[in-house]
Each structure stands twice: as C-alpha cells, then as structure tokens.
Design a protein around this ligand. Structure first.
Ligand SMILES: [Zn+2]
Length: 814
C-alpha cells in the first residue's frame, strides 16, 4: 500500500474530486522515538525480541516496562496500535523467566480481546525456553481445562465477570495463583467507567484482599485509550498512586480529517443528500484507489444497508467466495468475525462496515481510511474510531459524514468543537452503597472480615454490623463470618446488558424447507417446531429483537437478505429464509414512562420534584418498508411483540403549565430537552457515573399548556431521506425524543439504567439544589451562542436553546 499517498490529493487540496469537505484538519506525521531496553529486563527477552525483528522499544514501551519492573503500578495511554501490549507482556515474561512459579492475571473486558493478546504473547514466547503456560479462563473454558488452568497456568487470561464469580469465591482452588501473583493486567481501562467501573474497583478490592491473605502484592499494569483522566481513573480503581505513561513513541504518518456535510438537495426544506449514499460513494472511491477502509455506522441496520450497497458494487470474485467488502457487528457468529479480522490483517478484505464493535482494541492492523457515518456520540469514541486509520508510512484519512440529526449537523459545522473538546472523563464511585454492599458480602464469603478491617479505603464497620443484624454474617471473637446459605457473588451483576439472545435460524436449511413462518404448518406452536435443526445464522439481543427480527421484517446479514417468517418470543427464536427484494425494513419505537410509586415529594411549587419507582416502556409498534437507494417509504405494517419494560427508580421535575406562560410551545419543548441534557450531564458529575448509567426522558406532547402558548408545533421535515436508523441502544438514554403520551405537566425524568436502580435517583432528588446548581454552571459557563452538545444540546431552529433551558431552571429553582 505504499502508493496510497500518491492517490490521496496533494497537500493543501481538499479533494474536490472526492468530497467538498467543509473542513480539513491535518495531523502532522510523527517520527518514531526509541529508547534502549531497560537494563533490568531479562537478556533472553531482548534476544527473543531481536529474533522477531524488534531492535529497540519505543520510548513509551521502555518507560512503562522499566516502571513495572521497578514494582510501580502504571497506566499506559497511547493510541491504537502503538504497541501497548508489549508494555505488560515483557514484565510478565521477565517475572516468569526469573521464577517459573511466578503468575499473572490478565483482565480484558471481552473474550475476543483476550484471544488477540494470547496470540501476541505466543509470538514472543515462541523464542523463549519452553514451559510457559498461558490460558484463557472464561465461560467457554471446558471443565477439564479449567482444572489445568487453576493448577498450572502461569498466565490466566479472563474477564471481570469470571474473576468475580469464577475465581475469587473459589480462591482455595487457586492457591498457587494467589500466592505467586506478580502482575495484574487491566487492559481497556477506559471501558471501566460508571457503575461497571465501580463494580470492578470492588472486585479488585476483593482480589487484593485475597492476595494479602496469601502473601502476594501484585503490580498492576493498565492500558487505556484516550480519556481525559486516565491516571485519576486508574488511581480510583486501584486506590493507590499510579504512574502514567502517555507520550507515545510510535511513529505515524500524516493524517487528514475531513468533516463532510452532504449537500442540500432541497434548500427550502433543509433536506440533504443521504449520508448513507455519500458514504457508499466515498468508500467505493477509496476501495478503487486501493485504500483499505473501515466504515463505522451507528446501528446494526445501518451497517447492513450500507454493506448491501457496497457489495453490489464490489461483488465476490466468484459465487460462494467472500467478497472484498464485509460487515462486522454483534450478532455475527464468532467464526465469521475471526475470518473478517484475519482478512483485514492479511489485506484480502478491502473494506469493512462495522458498528462500534470494532472500536475496542481488537487487532485488525492499521488501515488507510476510517469513515464515520454519523457522529458516534462521544468525543472519545470519535477519536477511537478515527484512530483505526493511521499507517506508519503513508498518509491516512478520517472522514466524519454528518447525517441530518441536530448533533451531527452541529459537529460538522463546528469542527473546532470536536477537535478542541477533551475526551470524556471516566468517573466511578466504588463506595456507592448499593454496589459496595454486595461486594462486602462477597468478600465476607471469601474470607472473614476482622473487626476494624477496611475494605480498600472504605470503612465498612457499620455495614458489617448491619449484615450481622440481618443474619448474613455471624460475629464471633472479633471476626465477621459468612453464615448464610447464599452465594453472594452470584447475586451481583457487574454489567446489566445480560439479556437473553434470540437465535436466528434459516428454515431453508431445514428438511421440510422454507416458508414455515407465521402462516406455515407449525404456526402457533409456541415451542418452536419439532425437529427444527436449521442453520443458525446469527443472534440478536432481546432488546433489539423486536426491531430487527419482528414478523415480516427483512433481516440482513452480511448483506444477504432474509425474510423473517416468525419471531417466537417465548422460545427466543426467529425463523428466516433467504429472499431478494428491493427494500429493507425499519422499525419505529416509542418510549414512555409510567410512575408506579412516589417515594419522595412532591416538593416545590411551580416545579414539583419527586422520586420513586417507574416503568420505562419501549414499544416497537410499526415498521416501514424502505426502498433501497431512494430511501422512500413503500409500505408499513404493525409489529406485535410485547412492550419491553425496565423497572427502575427515577427522579423527575414537573412544571406547572401556568408557570410557563410567556414561553411559546417551541421554547418549552426546546427548554425541556435542554434541561434534560444539562441535568443529565450534571447528574453524572454528581453521582460519579457514566452517561450510560442514567437515562433521561422529557414529556411534552399532550401536556396541557395554557392557550396563550399553544403555538402550533413546526412540522417535521419530510421523510423522503430516511436514514436506516435503528432506534435501539439497550436501555441507553433515549436522547431528545419528545414523543411520549403525557398527561398534564411537562416533565423531565432522570432514571437509573440498571434494573431496580443503584440509588442515583434518590441521591439526585435529595441533592436537587446541587444538581440544578451544576446545571446552571453548565448553561451559563458555556462559550457557545445558543446551545451546543456541552451544555443543552445543539440549538433547534429559531429557538435559543440556552435561554429556554435557563428559563426552566429559574422556575425549578423557585
Ligand atoms: Zn454550549
């Protein structure tokens, strides 16, 4: 690919033949900075690296390895593909070479990442004396192998969940690991934010407690993609000082970033050319120029639609052979994914259309170009996705193509905002009582607490007494012993996204053939069909199933179309068969909030504050058939699957319509959306949580507003250019949709995304002054004119979003 540079436009040009980018940013090339091998590193390792062609380490590798060898905890923060893994592989191998009994534990957030790193380790270990035993220990590990790993694994590669339920509670089976543990590796540190990070901090407290018991004190080596506060996050997770290595010594050629707004096709209506079609055009052009390209789309549906377009333009070399353009997303089978990753590395795959599934550190090598079809939703994700492009010798290209969403339009019009805004911080609160309480029980199960013993930095004396009073612990001779029958770790879920999957089965591979769907022979037999052994095409999580594989949907998998005969909701199966049609389907969902019980409030006058139990319901009610390429709607139908409910706790502000006189409807609507956005950000700071841990919902439609403000709502833009969006993100914040049937007062809700809640809502209700105060600071302190993603969200047409939001905050403050 060394001729890529000549194919890119010459320096200074904005490539009018490709796109009229509204802004081009150049990131200068960087020379490699090397350093000598740390003197303390075992000479056999230096030899092994020489044998692999590595003469000298990059400066950050030498720095990190030296610190780790000196026994210091370290966090390494350098770009994708800068050789981070060597920073922990070398100290770990060094320890093993000096003491064959030395052990280490590697934590990765996903299984796929773990596999990658084992492969990298194997490359080096091949040049070392034999005897090193490294193995993964996760849900897929067969029982027989588990035993061997427990007894003899020098390097145990696992994930936080497995450490939490499979290792720590069974520590007596892992004595040698705990006795000889020298290093703990925490890769992808930035993924441990919010509630998940708070859980991990407590899992690490339990780990260190057991290490202390068995007489070891491992050094921690963490790696992270760019976040605003890597050292702070690491120190909060580990509860001790951590060295930060963040100056990359890896070389990089020049990079160009284009911000690209598709041209208007109807100026009066503000309708732009489809971002998907523009992505198709650009990707095709890049592939033609032999530039290996990765396109990130925001949803599974969007991936498949763009992939369909690209595969038509770049068909497989022969029928049945894989083509040069592939898709990548959750729901593909593991073997499919591994093949695509390998194809990217060896160059046989020329372009991949992916969701953010490829954003994490899976090794696919470095690419020539990364195209973002829509702003990914955070500054950190944007840089991580763009960072996938960046070769050492040749210029690489990153392109952000804006869709017509207000957020995308803001980003593309204010490139400096994206370039200058620091990536989001990772916040955690390990001492959140609902998180801490469960782990203290798990810790007590593992090892009795001594009176006065701290749990990490937390004073848990009162908590232990309460647990003793509840009969879970037995207090005796200055110790708290676990005395219940329960296995406490099992009751704690580190992540909430553990909903069951729907399996997708191709009925055309069944003995009795396709077309057995809703009206077929076995229609209505709730248990699926007897003898149904069709090929499993893929999976989809329970939250997305009503949207992607409802009855009569067109399900697209690697660009191949299938008709969904039937979604068997009870059995969690979707039956499909191949078809060829010129449309795809898009489901529309509606979210609503129902208050089940008020636990606090109402307080206040014109603005009433409450907190309590709520039910958040998401319903996929109808689907549309959208014609390929023109994106016109050519049909629609109902979806009949049950509503999906989230029972959780919420805090909300409801405004007396009489207090809103003086604001017109558009201002109330904009203000309510802006208030939700500002409160959401303020709440994350107040609760030390991640934006994903909280949902927000604003309700206006149907609200009884005084006649004085009954200005008709501006009509929505025509839907001629419907992007293939899929309005699903698990229980992520629903964003700015104001579409719930509300009764009465305009209301803004903030709710815990975790079923049952972890106490954020109650905290926000109690601290409403601080919450509103922080929102005021955000709104007043922002440098924008009428609203931006840092304060109240991008401004709506003709309404000053900051002013409207401020007006509502003033009412709330009374
Ligand atoms: Zn702003």
């Amino acid at each position: 690919m060394t001729d890529s540079a000549v194919d890119l436009p010459p320096a200074g040009a904005t490539a009018p033949d490709l796109v009229a980018a509204s802004h081009e940013e150049r990131i200068e090339a960087r020379q490699a900075r090397h350093a000598p091998w740390p003197a303390a590193l075992h000479p056999l390792l230096v030899e092994a690296l020489h044998a692999r062609g590595v003469e000298r380490p990059y400066s950050h590798q030498a720095d990190a390895v030296e610190r780790a060898l000196a026994g210091r905890d370290v966090v390494v923060v350098t770009p994708t593909a800068s050789g981070k893994s060597l920073c922990y592989i070398l100290p770990v191998l060094d320890a093993w070479l000096r003491d064959p009994e030395a052990r280490s534990l590697w934590l990765f957030p996903t299984k796929a990442l773990a596999q990658d790193q084992l492969a990298a380790l194997g490359d080096i270990a091949a040049h070392l004396p034999p005897g090193l035993r490294a193995a993964t220990f996760d849900g897929d590990t067969p029982p027989g192998v588990r035993r061997a790993v427990r007894q003899a694994g020098h390097i145990v590669v696992t994930n936080p969940e497995m450490l939490h339920t499979g290792v720590l509670p069974h520590h007596t089976g892992w004595v040698r690991l705990f006795q000889q543990l020298r290093f703990v590796v925490v890769d992808e540190l930035h993924s441990y934010r919010g509630v998940f990070g708070s859980h991990l901090a407590n899992v690490l407290r339990r780990l260190r407690r057991l290490c202390h018991f068995y007489g070891s004190d491992p050094v921690v080596i963490a790696c992270s993609a760019t976040i605003a506060n890597p050292r702070q996050l690491a120190e909060r997770l580990l509860e001790r000082p951590v060295d930060c290595v963040d100056e990359s010594g890896a070389p990089r050629a020049e990079r160009r970033l284009w911000f690209w707004n598709p041209p208007l096709v109807d100026g009066a209506m503000g309708v732009r050319r489809s971002a998907t079609l523009e992505a198709r055009r650009l990707t095709t052009e890049l592939v033609r120029r032999r530039l290996q390209t990765l396109v990130f789309a925001r949803s599974r549906g969007a991936v498949e639609v763009l992939l369909t377009y690209l595969q038509r333009l770049h068909p497989p070399p022969a029928p049945g052979r894989p083509g040069p353009v592939r898709g990548y997303r959750s729901g593909y089978l593991p073997l499919e994914r591994r093949a695509i990753e390998a194809g990217l590395r060896d160059g046989s795959v020329r372009a991949v259309v992916s969701t953010n599934a490829l954003e994490l550190g899976i090794d696919v090598g470095r690419l020539d170009a990364a195209i973002l079809l829509g702003y990914p939703g955070s500054v950190a994700s944007t840089w991580q996705q763009l960072g996938r492009a960046g070769r050492r010798e040749t210029t690489s290209l990153g392109v952000l193509i804006a869709t017509d969403s207000p957020l995308d339009q803001f980003m593309v019009r204010h490139p400096k905002y994206l370039l200058d805004t620091p990536p989001e911080s990772g916040l955690i609160d390990p001492d959140n009582l609902l998180v801490l309480g469960g782990h203290v029980q798990a810790a007590a199960f593992e090892l009795a607490f001594a009176e006065g013993e701290r749990f990490g930095t937390a004073d848990v004396g009162t908590l232990l007494d309460c647990l003793a009073e509840d009969g879970l612990l037995h207090r005796s001779a200055g110790r708290y012993l676990w005395s219940a029958d329960a296995f406490p770790a099992e009751a704690i879920s580190l992540r909430t996204a553990c909903a069951g999957n729907v399996v997708i089965i191709d009925t055309s591979t069944m003995p009795d053939g396709p077309g057995q769907g809703p009206h077929g022979q076995w229609a209505g037999s709730a248990g699926g069909r007897p003898g149904s052994h069709g090929r499993v095409v893929g999976e989809v999580d329970q939250f997305a199933a009503p949207v992607l594989v409802h009855d009569d949907a067109v399900y697209i998998h690697q660009g191949a179309q299938y008709h969904v005969e039937r979604l068997d909701w009870e059995e969690k199966r979707a039956y499909i068969h191949p078809i060829t049609v010129d449309y795809y389907t898009v489901a529309e969902t509606r979210t609503s909030v129902a208050v089940l019980e008020i636990d606090g409030g109402p307080e206040g006058g014109d603005c009433r504050r409450c907190h309590g139990e709520v039910r958040i319901s998401r319903l996929a009610a109808i689907y549309k058939k959208i014609r390929f390429l023109t994106h016109e709607t050519i049909g629609a139908g109902p979806i009949t699957v049950p509503e999906q409910d989230l029972h959780t706790s919420a805090a909300w502000l409801a405004f007396d319509p009489l207090a809103l006189v003086g604001l017109d409807r558009a201002e109330v609507e904009t203000g309510l959306t802006g208030l939700g956005a500002a409160l959401h950000q303020a709440a994350c700071l107040l609760c030390m949580c991640d934006p994903r841990d909280l949902g927000r919902h604003a309700e206006l439609r149907g609200a009884k507003l005084p006649p004085a403000i009954g200005v008709p709502v501006a009509p929505l833009r025509p839907s001629a250019v419907t992007e293939p969006v899929e309005q699903v993100a698990g229980w992520r914040p629903v964003g700015e949709r104001l579409d719930a049937p509300a009764a009465g007062w305009p209301t803004v809700y903030l709710y815990d995304s975790v079923p049952g809640g972890v106490g954020f809502a109650e905290h926000l209700f109690a601290e409403h002054r601080a919450l509103l105060g922080a929102a005021v600071e955000l709104v007043d302190g922002c440098d924008c004119r009428a609203g931006c993603p840092s304060c109240v969200g991008p401004p709506a047409a003709s309404v000053d979003a900051r002013r409207s939001t401020r007006a509502l905050i003033d009412i709330a403050l009374g």
